[in-house]
Structure formats: structure tokens, C-alpha cells
Design a protein around this ligand. Sequence first.
Ligand code: PLP
Length: 458
Amino acid sequence: MEGLHNTSTDTLQQLDAMHHLHPFTDTKALNQKGARIIERAEGVYLWDTEGNRFLDGMAGLWCVNAGYGRREILDAVYQQMQQLPYYNTFFQTSHPPVIELAARVAELTPEHLNRVFFCSSGSEANDTVVRMVRHYWSAVGKPEKKVIISRENAYHGSTMAGASLGGMKPMHKQGGLPIADIEHIMQPHWFALGYDSSPEAFGVRAANALEEKIIELGAGNVAAFIAEPVQGAGGVIVPPSTYWPLIQEICTRHDVLLVADEVICGFGRTGKWFGSDQFEITADLMAIAKGLSSGYLPIGAVVVGDRIVEGLEQGGDFNHGYTYSGHPACAAAAIANIELMQRERIVEIAGERIAPYFQSRLQELAEHPFVGQIRGVGLLGAMQLVPEKPGNQQFGTDGSIGSFCRDRCMENGLIMRAVDDAMILSPPLTISEAQIDELFASARIGIDLAHQHWLETQ
Ligand SMILES: *Cc1c(COP(=O)(O)O)cnc(C)c1O
């Protein structure tokens, strides 16, 4: 087949419908209207084959932290591909890019996290977490510590273990999940679950749910607690200030490992290098992916605490790994990404100047009659649409209001995601103040139109 660069949108859509199955998609419904074909990107903008330009309010899928069109990353990958396009790290071998990346990640992450196990995605990182924490406990003579506690509405990926750790009911329904020895507790979602109390009191209640679960299961059976510092795909749920300190205390008290899923929060998203820095979490293990390479090539990792490494060293072979663990070209992309983020001080500038501006513009929408709650930290934001104010009433319409709003934003040049009826933002960290103004002007139009539509259909 010829390259498809000059093919018409119609033909591309037809071929896409005939041969391509999309993730998290109702295939039949999509193919009736045809996928939008994204062709090109630069900075914070995307262009489709019809010539429409979009401000990418989601940084791809929460990952293009450094923005599109970064020559440095392309050059680094090209050079690496010429030098050594592939070699494995199974055969008692290593290679310069994986060594350099491991050292750089160890330097960036909190002090006690010094070893890095590589894989190709966030899901694989969390699969690795499951294998690794169980192997750890067995290596230190406590093989009965197996259960991993996670949270409802969490997202930890879509492999069997990732989806099992995650708390998404529609995912569990397909394929007989969760797998054994995974338990879920309530999420720290004040607006939905704690509206009748103060956020601080609710944060304590949500954290205590962990202790109650540990006691119910018996601490001797619990290996770890895994959580995103801020729940991303669940709707940008920023926990109350009381939540993380108490979670930390409970894990320590019961000798339960704390795993931070930093796949979204890592690499500047919350305004610091890691969510663990922003929320002062001391995690035993950290899953990373997405922003690690700004999405330019697929790569993920588990960053492992010294205590865990010491335990693993008593356990002999760790019978786990991937063909592409530490892939040289992906490692080169991640190194170049980290280098440019440091050189341009992207995380520091985002934290000091861009995120505060983004959050202040976001907060203005709290006044909107259709917006019941604003959630956000760093360059993460959510606008919860509600049928009436005040109150925490929800629509109960399966997210159709959110999708309506999302589609209107798209027509107005903004890619914003809908999680049920919350509108979600996670733009590249390199977004400028003027681009943030543009983003919120389009977001407001989308929300106004959704509000009008809701009033008309009542
Ligand atoms: C995206 C995501 C994952 C899964 O990453 P993939 O690269 O899609 O496998 C895991 N955890 C969190 C918090 C995520 O947002």
C-alpha cells in the first residue's frame, strides 16, 4: 500500500473503520460518524486533515508535558537508532541510554528511590508493582502479605493487573476482573461522597477507610496500598489536605507498602517534579510513564525504594521483565525530554508562574451557573457540571452533558475531556498565559452551550 499522506479524509476514515479497532471506544458508533484524523502538531496545537486547529487541553493523554515538535527528542532518538536500535537487558547486559536514564530518574525522584525497573507503559509499570511487592514480601519471609489495596474509581492502566488495581466498574465487567487479592476502598472525592462534612473531616474519613480495610483483612495479609497522588482519569480528584498525611501514617503503622502511581502526576504535572513532592508522600515504590518521555516514545518504569531493593536482593531471581525493558531509543527519548525540561526549567516555571495563572483562570469558572465545583492543582483542572446550584446534585444522564460540552469545545478549537459530567484539563506544561486565556475562552463557550442545551431540554 502507498503511504497515506495525501489521502482524502473520507478514504482515511473508511480504512480506519474497516481495519482499526480503537481503545475504549464503541466501534459501531464511531464508524458511523468517522474518526477525526489528527495529522500534525506543534507546541500546544494539533491539526486535523480538514485543516482545523485545536489547542490540546489534554496534552495528548496527559503525557505531552514538554509540548509537541521538540527537535531535541527527535535528534536523540535518530542518533540512538543509528548507534544501537535495540538490545535487551536480560542477558547480564546493559547499554548507555538505559544506564543514563536510570541514573537521571534516581536523581530526580525523592532521595530514597534509587533503582529503576523499566517497561513500556504505565500499565506494565503497575503489573510490575504487583509482581514486585509480592515477591518482596515473600523474599523477606512474609509470603502471606499478598493483598493490594486500591481505590474505587482509580485508574492504574488496562492490562489484567492494571485494570484490576483500577477501580473502574465498567472495566471490571469485561474479562472477569479484578484478579485475586486486590481490594478497593472509597476514593477521597469530597464533592461526590463527603459534601455534608468539611473537606478536612472527609479526608480523615476517606483515609481511615484504609485502616479499616487493613484491620478487616489482617495486616499480615496486606502487601501494599496503591494510589495516584491526584486521581486523573477518575476525574481529577484532588484529595483534601488531611488525606495523604494520614494515609502515610496508616501504611507505616501496619507495615503496608505505599505505592504512588505517578504516571500522570510525575514530571511536573502538579507543579513539582512529582506528586509525591507536591503532597509530601514518601512512597516505597513509584510507577512512572507518560511524562517520562512526554509521550514521544512509549516508556514506563517502577522506581524502587532502597528498603525494597534490600528485600529483593534476598530473593534471588526476579522472574519478570519485558523484551522492551529499557529500550534504547525510548530511553534516549526520555533522556532528551528530561534534559530539555531541566534546561528550560519547565517544571519550575510551570510551578511558579503558569500553574498559578491556570488555576486562577480555572477558578473564575466557579461562578458559572452550570459549574458546581472546581478541582485542580498544577496544570490539572476539572470543572464539575451540575444541574443546579448550590449543592452536589449530579445529572444522572450517563455523562451525556459532559460529552455534549466536550463536542462543543472541539468545534471551538479546544480539546477538553469529559469524565462523566466533569470537564477535564491537562495541557502541556509549556502552555503560555495567552494560550491559557484562549483555552478558557473556548471552555467557557462550550460550557455556555451545554448549559443552554440543558435548559432547553428540561
Ligand atoms: C495512563 C495511566 C496508567 C496506564 O498507563 P498506560 O501507559 O496507558 O498503560 C496508569 N496509571 C495512571 C495513573 C494513568 O493515568
